[in-house]
Design a protein around this ligand. Structure first.
Ligand SMILES: [Zn+2]
Length: 279
Protein backbone atom coordinates (compact mmCIF):
# COMPACT_ATOMS: atom_id res chain seq x y z
CA UNK A 1 0.00 0.00 0.00
CA UNK A 2 1.48 3.26 -1.16
CA UNK A 3 -0.04 6.64 -0.44
CA UNK A 4 0.90 9.20 -3.09
CA UNK A 5 0.92 12.26 -0.88
CA UNK A 6 3.81 14.21 -2.40
CA UNK A 7 1.77 17.35 -2.89
CA UNK A 8 1.20 18.58 0.64
CA UNK A 9 -1.35 21.12 -0.51
CA UNK A 10 -3.80 18.40 -1.47
CA UNK A 11 -2.84 15.56 0.86
CA UNK A 12 -4.40 14.92 4.21
CA UNK A 13 -3.36 11.91 6.21
CA UNK A 14 -6.84 11.47 7.66
CA UNK A 15 -8.30 11.22 4.15
CA UNK A 16 -5.77 8.56 3.18
CA UNK A 17 -6.66 6.58 6.29
CA UNK A 18 -10.34 6.81 5.34
CA UNK A 19 -9.47 5.46 1.88
CA UNK A 20 -7.57 2.53 3.36
CA UNK A 21 -10.52 1.79 5.61
CA UNK A 22 -12.80 1.75 2.54
CA UNK A 23 -10.44 -0.61 0.68
CA UNK A 24 -10.30 -2.95 3.66
CA UNK A 25 -14.10 -2.93 3.85
CA UNK A 26 -14.28 -3.82 0.13
CA UNK A 27 -12.02 -6.81 0.76
CA UNK A 28 -9.01 -5.35 -1.07
CA UNK A 29 -6.01 -5.99 1.18
CA UNK A 30 -2.27 -5.54 0.89
CA UNK A 31 0.82 -7.32 2.13
CA UNK A 32 3.09 -4.38 3.00
CA UNK A 33 2.90 -0.76 3.99
CA UNK A 34 1.38 1.77 4.00
CA UNK A 35 4.33 3.64 2.51
CA UNK A 36 3.93 7.41 2.44
CA UNK A 37 5.65 9.16 -0.45
CA UNK A 38 6.03 12.27 1.69
CA UNK A 39 8.47 10.26 3.85
CA UNK A 40 10.54 8.95 0.93
CA UNK A 41 11.85 12.15 -0.62
CA UNK A 42 15.50 11.21 -0.01
CA UNK A 43 15.05 8.25 -2.40
CA UNK A 44 13.64 10.55 -5.08
CA UNK A 45 16.51 13.00 -4.55
CA UNK A 46 18.97 10.13 -4.98
CA UNK A 47 17.39 9.17 -8.33
CA UNK A 48 17.36 12.79 -9.42
CA UNK A 49 21.07 13.05 -8.59
CA UNK A 50 21.69 9.99 -10.76
CA UNK A 51 19.88 11.64 -13.70
CA UNK A 52 21.73 14.92 -13.19
CA UNK A 53 24.97 12.91 -13.10
CA UNK A 54 24.12 11.69 -16.59
CA UNK A 55 23.91 15.34 -17.68
CA UNK A 56 20.25 14.95 -18.59
CA UNK A 57 18.54 17.50 -16.35
CA UNK A 58 18.24 21.27 -16.59
CA UNK A 59 16.41 24.05 -14.76
CA UNK A 60 13.24 25.46 -16.33
CA UNK A 61 12.05 28.95 -15.38
CA UNK A 62 8.90 28.99 -17.52
CA UNK A 63 5.73 30.10 -15.76
CA UNK A 64 2.46 28.27 -16.30
CA UNK A 65 1.27 31.18 -18.44
CA UNK A 66 4.37 31.07 -20.64
CA UNK A 67 4.01 27.33 -21.11
CA UNK A 68 0.39 27.67 -22.21
CA UNK A 69 1.21 30.49 -24.60
CA UNK A 70 4.17 28.76 -26.22
CA UNK A 71 3.28 25.09 -26.45
CA UNK A 72 1.59 23.07 -29.12
CA UNK A 73 -1.26 21.12 -27.55
CA UNK A 74 -0.72 17.43 -26.97
CA UNK A 75 -2.66 15.24 -29.36
CA UNK A 76 -4.27 12.77 -26.97
CA UNK A 77 -4.57 14.03 -23.41
CA UNK A 78 -4.57 17.79 -23.77
CA UNK A 79 -1.26 18.38 -22.00
CA UNK A 80 1.54 20.27 -23.71
CA UNK A 81 4.67 19.30 -25.58
CA UNK A 82 7.52 21.24 -23.99
CA UNK A 83 9.47 23.02 -26.69
CA UNK A 84 12.82 23.10 -24.87
CA UNK A 85 12.66 26.85 -24.13
CA UNK A 86 15.11 26.66 -21.20
CA UNK A 87 17.33 23.89 -22.52
CA UNK A 88 20.23 26.04 -23.66
CA UNK A 89 20.38 28.79 -21.03
CA UNK A 90 23.94 29.83 -20.17
CA UNK A 91 25.27 29.48 -16.63
CA UNK A 92 24.99 33.26 -16.20
CA UNK A 93 21.40 33.35 -17.39
CA UNK A 94 20.52 30.55 -14.98
CA UNK A 95 22.14 32.37 -12.10
CA UNK A 96 20.39 35.61 -12.96
CA UNK A 97 16.95 34.04 -13.29
CA UNK A 98 17.38 31.98 -10.13
CA UNK A 99 17.55 35.21 -8.15
CA UNK A 100 13.88 35.91 -8.79
CA UNK A 101 12.34 32.51 -9.41
CA UNK A 102 12.90 28.94 -8.22
CA UNK A 103 13.29 26.73 -11.28
CA UNK A 104 11.58 23.45 -11.96
CA UNK A 105 13.80 20.61 -13.21
CA UNK A 106 13.28 18.89 -16.55
CA UNK A 107 14.67 15.68 -17.98
CA UNK A 108 15.99 15.63 -21.56
CA UNK A 109 14.31 13.10 -23.83
CA UNK A 110 16.12 11.64 -26.86
CA UNK A 111 16.00 13.68 -30.08
CA UNK A 112 13.06 12.86 -32.40
CA UNK A 113 13.76 9.87 -34.63
CA UNK A 114 16.94 9.03 -32.72
CA UNK A 115 17.50 5.43 -31.70
CA UNK A 116 15.94 5.73 -28.24
CA UNK A 117 13.18 8.20 -29.13
CA UNK A 118 10.39 5.66 -29.47
CA UNK A 119 9.39 3.70 -26.38
CA UNK A 120 7.45 0.49 -27.07
CA UNK A 121 5.61 -1.71 -24.64
CA UNK A 122 2.99 -4.41 -24.67
CA UNK A 123 0.04 -3.52 -22.45
CA UNK A 124 -1.86 -6.48 -21.00
CA UNK A 125 -5.19 -4.88 -22.00
CA UNK A 126 -4.46 -2.34 -24.74
CA UNK A 127 -1.82 -4.39 -26.54
CA UNK A 128 1.18 -2.99 -28.38
CA UNK A 129 1.85 0.65 -27.78
CA UNK A 130 4.63 2.90 -29.07
CA UNK A 131 5.27 6.51 -28.28
CA UNK A 132 7.81 9.12 -29.35
CA UNK A 133 8.79 11.01 -26.21
CA UNK A 134 10.02 13.99 -28.21
CA UNK A 135 6.72 14.30 -30.07
CA UNK A 136 4.31 13.33 -27.31
CA UNK A 137 5.69 15.24 -24.33
CA UNK A 138 9.15 16.75 -24.84
CA UNK A 139 11.57 17.22 -21.95
CA UNK A 140 9.37 16.53 -18.95
CA UNK A 141 9.26 17.71 -15.34
CA UNK A 142 10.94 15.62 -12.68
CA UNK A 143 10.73 18.26 -9.94
CA UNK A 144 8.36 21.20 -9.71
CA UNK A 145 9.45 24.76 -8.98
CA UNK A 146 8.09 24.42 -5.42
CA UNK A 147 10.48 21.49 -4.86
CA UNK A 148 7.85 18.73 -5.07
CA UNK A 149 9.12 15.69 -6.99
CA UNK A 150 7.11 14.76 -10.09
CA UNK A 151 4.73 11.82 -9.95
CA UNK A 152 6.60 10.11 -12.82
CA UNK A 153 9.89 10.01 -10.96
CA UNK A 154 8.41 9.04 -7.59
CA UNK A 155 6.36 6.10 -8.87
CA UNK A 156 9.28 4.67 -10.85
CA UNK A 157 11.55 4.81 -7.80
CA UNK A 158 8.83 3.37 -5.57
CA UNK A 159 7.72 0.58 -7.90
CA UNK A 160 11.33 -0.61 -7.97
CA UNK A 161 11.90 -0.23 -4.22
CA UNK A 162 8.68 -2.08 -3.41
CA UNK A 163 9.28 -4.94 -5.84
CA UNK A 164 6.22 -4.17 -7.99
CA UNK A 165 6.15 -6.53 -10.98
CA UNK A 166 2.73 -5.66 -12.43
CA UNK A 167 1.18 -2.20 -12.61
CA UNK A 168 -2.61 -2.13 -13.00
CA UNK A 169 -4.22 1.29 -13.28
CA UNK A 170 -6.77 3.35 -15.18
CA UNK A 171 -6.31 3.88 -18.90
CA UNK A 172 -6.11 7.63 -18.21
CA UNK A 173 -2.52 6.90 -17.14
CA UNK A 174 -1.57 5.05 -20.32
CA UNK A 175 0.18 8.21 -21.51
CA UNK A 176 2.52 8.20 -18.46
CA UNK A 177 3.92 4.79 -19.21
CA UNK A 178 6.48 5.71 -21.88
CA UNK A 179 8.00 8.37 -19.60
CA UNK A 180 8.20 5.88 -16.76
CA UNK A 181 9.87 3.25 -18.95
CA UNK A 182 12.38 5.86 -20.11
CA UNK A 183 13.15 6.69 -16.46
CA UNK A 184 13.53 2.99 -15.64
CA UNK A 185 16.03 2.59 -18.46
CA UNK A 186 18.08 5.59 -17.32
CA UNK A 187 18.05 4.48 -13.68
CA UNK A 188 18.85 0.86 -14.48
CA UNK A 189 15.55 -0.42 -13.07
CA UNK A 190 13.76 -3.44 -14.52
CA UNK A 191 10.43 -2.85 -16.22
CA UNK A 192 7.21 -4.15 -14.64
CA UNK A 193 4.30 -5.44 -16.76
CA UNK A 194 1.61 -2.84 -17.43
CA UNK A 195 -2.15 -3.26 -17.60
CA UNK A 196 -4.34 -0.22 -18.21
CA UNK A 197 -7.99 -0.83 -17.47
CA UNK A 198 -11.10 0.88 -18.87
CA UNK A 199 -12.80 3.60 -16.85
CA UNK A 200 -16.42 3.70 -15.79
CA UNK A 201 -17.94 6.78 -17.40
CA UNK A 202 -21.36 8.45 -17.41
CA UNK A 203 -23.38 8.46 -20.68
CA UNK A 204 -22.06 11.95 -21.48
CA UNK A 205 -18.49 10.61 -21.35
CA UNK A 206 -17.72 12.20 -18.00
CA UNK A 207 -15.71 10.11 -15.60
CA UNK A 208 -17.63 8.87 -12.60
CA UNK A 209 -16.00 10.48 -9.64
CA UNK A 210 -16.37 11.59 -6.08
CA UNK A 211 -18.54 14.36 -7.44
CA UNK A 212 -21.24 11.80 -8.06
CA UNK A 213 -22.22 11.76 -4.45
CA UNK A 214 -24.41 8.68 -4.75
CA UNK A 215 -21.26 6.71 -5.53
CA UNK A 216 -19.37 7.96 -2.50
CA UNK A 217 -18.28 4.82 -0.70
CA UNK A 218 -19.39 6.23 2.62
CA UNK A 219 -22.95 6.48 1.26
CA UNK A 220 -22.74 3.03 -0.34
CA UNK A 221 -21.43 1.43 2.85
CA UNK A 222 -24.38 2.76 4.76
CA UNK A 223 -26.87 1.70 2.11
CA UNK A 224 -25.63 -1.83 1.49
CA UNK A 225 -24.06 -2.76 4.80
CA UNK A 226 -21.76 -5.28 3.08
CA UNK A 227 -19.49 -5.03 0.02
CA UNK A 228 -20.67 -8.15 -1.83
CA UNK A 229 -23.63 -6.57 -3.70
CA UNK A 230 -21.40 -3.73 -4.96
CA UNK A 231 -18.55 -6.05 -6.00
CA UNK A 232 -21.10 -8.29 -7.73
CA UNK A 233 -22.50 -5.43 -9.78
CA UNK A 234 -19.03 -4.23 -10.79
CA UNK A 235 -18.02 -7.78 -11.74
CA UNK A 236 -21.13 -8.12 -13.90
CA UNK A 237 -20.50 -4.78 -15.64
CA UNK A 238 -17.00 -6.04 -16.48
CA UNK A 239 -18.26 -9.40 -17.69
CA UNK A 240 -16.53 -11.41 -14.97
CA UNK A 241 -19.88 -12.90 -13.93
CA UNK A 242 -23.05 -13.22 -15.99
CA UNK A 243 -25.77 -12.25 -13.56
CA UNK A 244 -25.70 -9.71 -10.77
CA UNK A 245 -25.25 -11.55 -7.51
CA UNK A 246 -23.45 -10.74 -4.28
CA UNK A 247 -19.84 -11.91 -4.42
CA UNK A 248 -16.64 -11.08 -2.56
CA UNK A 249 -13.42 -9.85 -4.12
CA UNK A 250 -11.65 -13.00 -2.91
CA UNK A 251 -14.27 -15.24 -4.56
CA UNK A 252 -13.76 -13.49 -7.90
CA UNK A 253 -10.01 -14.11 -7.92
CA UNK A 254 -10.38 -17.64 -9.27
CA UNK A 255 -12.28 -16.57 -12.39
CA UNK A 256 -10.43 -13.33 -13.11
CA UNK A 257 -9.17 -13.01 -16.68
CA UNK A 258 -7.55 -10.22 -18.66
CA UNK A 259 -9.68 -11.27 -21.64
CA UNK A 260 -12.80 -9.77 -20.02
CA UNK A 261 -11.06 -6.43 -19.77
CA UNK A 262 -9.64 -6.65 -23.28
CA UNK A 263 -13.17 -6.87 -24.62
CA UNK A 264 -13.89 -3.43 -23.22
CA UNK A 265 -10.77 -1.46 -24.10
CA UNK A 266 -12.91 1.62 -24.57
CA UNK A 267 -14.60 3.06 -21.52
CA UNK A 268 -17.53 1.34 -19.84
CA UNK A 269 -20.62 3.52 -19.91
CA UNK A 270 -22.95 3.34 -16.93
CA UNK A 271 -25.47 5.73 -15.43
CA UNK A 272 -24.48 7.32 -12.15
CA UNK A 273 -27.52 5.42 -10.85
CA UNK A 274 -26.09 2.06 -11.91
CA UNK A 275 -25.89 0.88 -8.32
CA UNK A 276 -29.44 1.99 -7.50
CA UNK A 277 -31.03 -1.04 -9.12
CA UNK A 278 -29.40 -3.28 -6.55
CA UNK A 279 -31.73 -2.18 -3.80
ZN1 LIG B 1 11.31 26.43 -19.44
Amino acid sequence: MRVEDLDERSSKRALAELLMDDLTWLGLDWDEGPFWQSERTSSYQHALDQLSGLGLTYPCFCTRGQLHAAQAPHSSDGSFVYQGTCKHLSAQEIELRAQTRNPALRLCVPAPDSERDTISFDDLVYGKHAESLARECGDFLIRRSDGVFAYQLAVVVDDAAMGVTQVVRGRDLLGSTARQIYLQELLGISRPAYAHVPLLVAPDGRRLSKRDRDLDLGVLRERFGSPEPIIGKLAQVLGLIEDVEPVSAAELLGQFSWDCLREHRGDIVVGSDFLDRLD
